[in-house]
Structures are given as structure tokens and as C-alpha cells.
Design a protein around this ligand. Structure first.
Ligand code: CDP
Length: 228
């Protein structure tokens, strides 16, 4: 059976990566976290002083350097997907609020998107891939066999993200977490190049009040229907 391409897009902190990882594991597919790639570019820009929450991005600097960054993934000893930036493990460093506060400034730059989209397309060129992000079903893989658009209420999303940060010892108020999610959603939906929008042929999945397991079983059912 031909391996499928599964595109998962949606708002911030809707559990896209959780679902994508579950599916990739169950199907033996490759998982690609496209958001981690934008976060890695943002981390590099932060370290160089090329972006700040208040002033936005210094586009010329970031655009001029994006192509020399080496961004890839490997599985750590526990089999957990890990992001590398120029060979350095940055999995934790890219998930801080500092990076979340600037990533959408970086993600709207056209040369950054062009470069990362080309890398993502190469990673998924043989199918058998689950990729999550904002423009996977619309731009990266417009021919994906299954496209899912995930959403959930603001309150549920903010509580989930706060719990993730708390577990890592990064303590922020629920209000700050919520504001970050809302401002990123707004920036991601309003940007000119590949804005966050559901593909016309995407299935919407609101997981405000279903469990992870219910969600997983529902989506596995969709996959099985496609494989019949
Ligand atoms: O985990 P969360 O859903 O909060 O975000 P993420 O998937 O790690 O993505 C971080 C940011 O990268 C998003 O807010 C977007 O600004 C950007 N992004 C994008 O523009 N296009 C993608 N395909 C993936 C992420």
C-alpha cells in the first residue's frame, strides 16, 4: 500500500504534535515538526540579537543567514524526536516562552519560509510522513491524502501549554501563556505569505472536550478508510 502523506495544521497548542507523533508511531511513518524548524531559526536570531518581542525581526540579517543554518532531527536514546541546530541539540531551548514570543516575527519572512518549505518538502518526498505546522496542507503538501485542521478553546489551549511549561520548570502566568497563544495565532493568520488557514479539503478537529485517546482512534479510523 502506498504510504500516505498526513498534514496536520491548526492553532497554537492544539495538540498537533501529540497527535502527529502518535500517528507516526502507529503507522511507522516519519514525523516532522515544522514548527520546531521555525523555532530553531528564531532561536538563532535571538542569540544574535536580530529579533525581539517589541521591535520585531531584523529581516535582512535573518534572511541572509537562514540558508547556512543546518536544521535537522534525530531520535534521542529514548526514541524521542529531537531538534538539532548546527549539530547542537536545541529541543529544550526552542520551547521557551522567549522563543515563543518572537517566532511569529521570524516565520513571516518570505525567504525563511521559502527555505524551510523546501527542506520540509524534501523530508516528505517519499510519503509515509506526518508533518504538523500551519501551512502543511495548503503550501508544503497541497496533495496530502489526509489533511487535519486542529483547534480547541482558548482556555483549554492555555491550560495545556502552561502545564507543559510548568513540567519543565518554566513558570509563567496563565495570562501570559494565553496572550502568547493569541498573539501568535493572530500573527500567523494575518501574515501575507502562507497564512494559517484550513485547506479547503481539510477535516476540522476540535479537541476541546475529547481525550487524546478518543482523538487518536477517530483519526486512525480516517486513515484506515483511506487505505481501504
Ligand atoms: O507548539 P505550537 O503549536 O505553539 O507552535 P509550533 O508548531 O511550534 O510553531 C511555532 C510557530 O512557528 C508558529 O506560531 C508559527 O509562527 C510558526 N510556524 C509556521 O509559520 N509555519 C509552520 N508550518 C509551522 C510553524
Amino acid at each position: 500500500m502506498k504510504p500516505l502523506t498526513i498534514a496536520i495544521d491548526g492553532h497554537s497548542s492544539t495538540g498537533k504534535s501529540t497527535l502527529a507523533k502518535q500517528l507516526a508511531k502507529a503507522l511507522g511513518y516519519v514525523y516532522v515538526d515544522s514548527g520546531a524548524m521555525y523555532r530553531a531559526v528564531a532561536l538563532n536570531a535571538l542569540r544574535n540579537g536580530w529579533v525581539s518581542k517589541e521591535s520585531g525581526a531584523q529581516a535582512s540579517k535573518i534572511n541572509a543567514h537562514v540558508e547556512v543554518l543546518v536544521i535537522d532531527f534525530e531520535l534521542d536514546q529514548k526514541g524521542v524526536n529531537t531538534t538539532l541546530l548546527n549539530g547542537e541539540v536545541v529541543e529544550e531551548a526552542i520551547r521557551t516562552m522567549e522563543v515563543s514570543n518572537v517566532v511569529s516575527h521570524v516565520a513571516k519572512l518570505v525567504p525563511v519560509r521559502r527555505h524551510l518549505v523546501a527542506l520540509q518538502q524534501a523530508m516528505g518526498e517519499n510519503g509515509g510522513v506526518v508533518m504538523d505546522g500551519r501551512d502543511i496542507g495548503t503550501v508544503v503538501f497541497p496533495n496530502a491524502e489526509l489533511k487535519i485542521f486542529m483547534t480547541a478553546s482558548d482556555e483549554v489551549r492555555a491550560k495545556r501549554r502552561k502545564a507543559e511549561l510548568d513540567a519543565k520548570g518554566q513558570v509563567h502566568s496563565l495570562q501570559d501563556v494565553l496572550e502568547n497563544l493569541k498573539s501568535r495565532d493572530k500573527a500567523d493568520m494575518e501574515r501575507a505569505d502562507s497564512p494559517l488557514i484550513a485547506a479547503e479539503d481539510a477535516v476540522t478537529l476540535d479537541n476541546s472536550s475529547i481525550t487524546r485517546e478518543e482523538q487518536f482512534q477517530r483519526v486512525l479510523g480516517w486513515v484506515e478508510d483511506l487505505q481501504k
